[in-house]
Design a protein around this ligand. Structure first.
Ligand code: ADP
Ligand code: MG
Length: 338
């Protein structure tokens, strides 16, 4: 268990993190994502956990032990940064062996461990290649192998996919998650991308302006964001009032079955929370299609409604200018607050 209590970290007198408390499960291959917008303090927090930034206040404990007086290399934490920070002129083997040489492992054991690690990250034939000749994705696998080789008690990954192409990112996200689970190393991965967080993590902690605002498994996070800011950050472009009565939530855009007690709520809508269907005679229609966009996942439309412009999914025959009826999708609606 990693326990961070009332921590402050800053640069000069400027506190980036001020009063952050966060508990992270650190058993087996549990993967936790630290998700937040650029500049909110994710890297600062990760570096503080690693021991690379001093704490102005508070404490960080691992399995009950205060880390205040534990030097960086004695924490037994592995760290991978955005760009891997490998030695480009050296071979893959030399890079992966680096931490083991530092820890004075015997030569034979180093050879064995490096081979094992290259197998784990699926680069078995790459031992003698120079790192500078590898693709971005291969280099990040080497960085992961190097961090995992000394069997760290915790692995810290700071936006490990940020420097890669979109297409490669999703696959490597899944691969990295598989690798750290196979290595049974508890891992914290920092990202600003909620899809990436969901692809990798069992649990997601959302960070805003130096504080943790919510921790939940991905599905629960999308359905129950803690507050309106979190809902917006997670993609809800429209937030409206709803009244729940008898398991049905009614708002200005329509009604939808939601298994909630009676009362007033705020609900958040993403494009996939709403379906725009062609108007048929007799439906009360309040929306006009302003624009249609063809995404890989299907047609998305921007519609004008009484509560402003909202995004919805539609079938391919829905065109700009069409009058449409809107249907809310209960499973895709975010209910804000506890
Ligand atoms: P994130 O990783 O979430 O994008 P960072 O932790 O890198 O955020 O940065 C948080 C804030 O701290 C930003 O405003 C950034 O400009 C500032 N900051 C980061 N590193 C330094 C530094 N070495 N010196 C001064 N300010 C810094
Ligand atoms: Mg960062």
């Amino acid at each position: 268990m990693l326990e961070i209590t009332d921590v402050a970290v800053g640069y000069g007198s400027e506190m980036v993190i001020d009063g952050l408390t966060w508990t992270v499960g650190a058993q087996g291959g549990v993967l936790t994502a630290l998700l937040g917008p650029s500049g909110c303090g994710k890297s600062t927090l990760l570096r503080a956990i690693a021991g690379l930034e001093p704490l102005a206040r508070g404490d960080i404990r691992f399995d009950g032990d205060d880390l205040a007086d534990v030097a960086v290399h004695r924490r037994d934490f592995g760290v991978v940064f955005q760009d891997g920070q490998l030695f480009g002129g050296r071979t893959v083997t030399s890079n992966v062996a680096y931490g083991l040489r530092m820890r004075r492992w015997p030569r034979a054991q180093i050879g064995e461990r490096v081979a094992q690690m290259l197998e784990l990250v699926d680069l078995p034939g790459f031992a003698d290649r120079r790192v500078g000749e590898l693709s971005g994705g291969q280099a990040q696998r080497v960085a992961l192998a190097r961090a995992l080789a000394p069997q760290p008690r915790l692995l810290l990954l700071d936006e490990p996919l940020a420097a890669l192409d979109r297409g490669l990112r999703d696959q490597l996200a899944v691969d990295i998650a598989e690798i750290v689970r196979e290595a049974a190393t508890p891992t914290i991965v920092v990202t600003h991308d909620h899809t990436e967080a969901a692809l990798m993590a069992d649990s997601i902690s959302v960070m805003r302006a130096g504080a943790i605002v919510q921790t939940a498994p991905p599905g629960e996070l999308w359905r129950r964001p803690a507050d309106e800011w979190t809902a917006g950050f997670l993609g809800c472009r429209t937030i409206v009032d709803a009244r729940v009565s008898g398991g049905v939530a009614s708002c200005s855009l329509g009604s939808v079955r939601l298994n909630l007690p009676d009362g007033d709520r705020r609900i958040g809508l993403r494009a996939d929370s709403v379906v725009a269907v062609p108007e048929v005679d007799g439906t009360a229609s309040t929306a006009t299609v302003l624009r249609a966009i063809d995404l890989p996942t299907g047609r998305q439309v921007r519609v004008g409604t009484d509560v402003g412009e909202i995004d919805a999914m539609a079938s391919d025959d829905v065109m700009t200018g069409d009058r449409v009826a809107l249907r809310l999708v209960g499973e895709r609606v975010a209910v804000i607050g506890e």
